[in-house]
Design a protein around this ligand. Structure first.
Ligand SMILES: Nc1ncnc2c1ncn2[C@@H]1O[C@H](COP(=O)(O)OP(=O)(O)OP(=O)(O)O)[C@@H](O)[C@H]1O
Length: 268
């Protein structure tokens, strides 16, 4: 169980990115965080592994509060899948997957390239599970396609059998078919281990397909929390109403069909 308790984040420039968010995500749930750009999705996810220090409130993972004293232990239980894969391009696929052990092994050991046989075996198993053949093991990560790189990112995330997987827009730079495959891999690997997934997305259809639950965020607040079935088209419209899309200027959005309608639905 991940519990966010009255979480707030005000960045030094005064941006109030998270506003009094309280949320409980039970173990094993695939919870999608959906919302327009700037809603606070990444900031919320990053509170779970300490990449973001909240201004107030706290995050509790299975009864343990995330803080300076507990972070080294908790970080071993929380893995992350990144939007831009975050692989070391010049290193092999195998080395990138083994880097998932870093919270547990010393940097000197990792730099030496020596890993225990059972860890090497596990890396191979995970790569097979995400659909990469042994032929990929020695290839440089930077030579792979985007979809293949994200498969490596998923294998790396599961090296330590995490209890929580943070997937921060894991399919933002992939085409729709590959996006489904990638989310399926994350969901299936998480289910197998009863891991909890917090996954931020922009694509409503993918959120409906893969989420056990959808949490809609806007302006740092939760404005929808429910099942995919309850997340109707009206809810979508309300969540995104007036939102400015990533690659659209406010002026363009005002005159664009992407600027969503005027329906005012109460979501909370
Ligand atoms: N390091 C930072 N310093 C100042 N402001 C920040 C910082 N990181 C994020 N923000 C601001 O906090 C708000 C929330 O950002 P966040 O990245 O969490 O949104 P998001 O919902 O993940 O957006 P996107 O979908 O575009 O990734 C935005 O206004 C953003 O500009």
């Amino acid at each position: 169980m991940i519990r966010f308790e009255s979480l707030n984040k005000v960045w030094p420039d005064g941006t109030h990115a998270i506003r009094d968010v309280s949320l409980e995500v039970p173990r094993g749930q695939f919870c999608v965080i959906l919302g327009p750009s700037g809603a606070g999705k990444s900031t919320l996810l990053r509170a779970v592994n300490g990449l973001m220090q909240p201004s107030s409130g706290r995050v509790v993972i299975d009864g343990t509060e995330f803080n300076a004293r507990t972070q080294s232990v908790l970080r071993r239980r929380v893995a992350m899948v990144h939007q831009h894969f975050n692989l070391t391009n010049r290193m092999s696929v195998a080395a990138n997957v083994l880097a998932g052990l870093l919270p547990m092994v010393s940097t000197a050991r990792a730099m030496s390239g020596w890993f225990r046989p059972e860890h090497r075996e596990k890396a191979c198993e995970l790569l097979a599970q995400v659909g990469l053949s042994p032929a990929h093991l020695k290839r440089r990560a930077g030579e792979l396609s985007g979809g293949q790189q994200q498969r490596v990112g998923i294998a790396r995330a599961f090296m330590l059998d995490p209890e929580v997987v943070l997937a921060d827009e894991p399919v933002a730079s992939l085409d729709p078919k590959i996006s489904s495959d990638i989310l399926r891999l994350i969901r299936d690997a998480a289910r197998e281990r009863n891991a909890t997934v917090l996954c931020s997305l922009h694509q409503v259809e993918l959120a409906r397909e893969f989420g056990d639950r959808i949490v809609g965020m806007r302006d740092g607040q939760i404005v929808f929390d429910g099942s995919p079935e309850a997340f109707t088209d009206e809810c979508v419209e309300s969540l995104y109403h007036g939102a400015v899309w990533d690659d659209t200027t406010p002026e363009e959005a005002a005159g664009s069909s992407l600027a969503l309608g005027t329906t005012n639905v109460s979501l909370a």
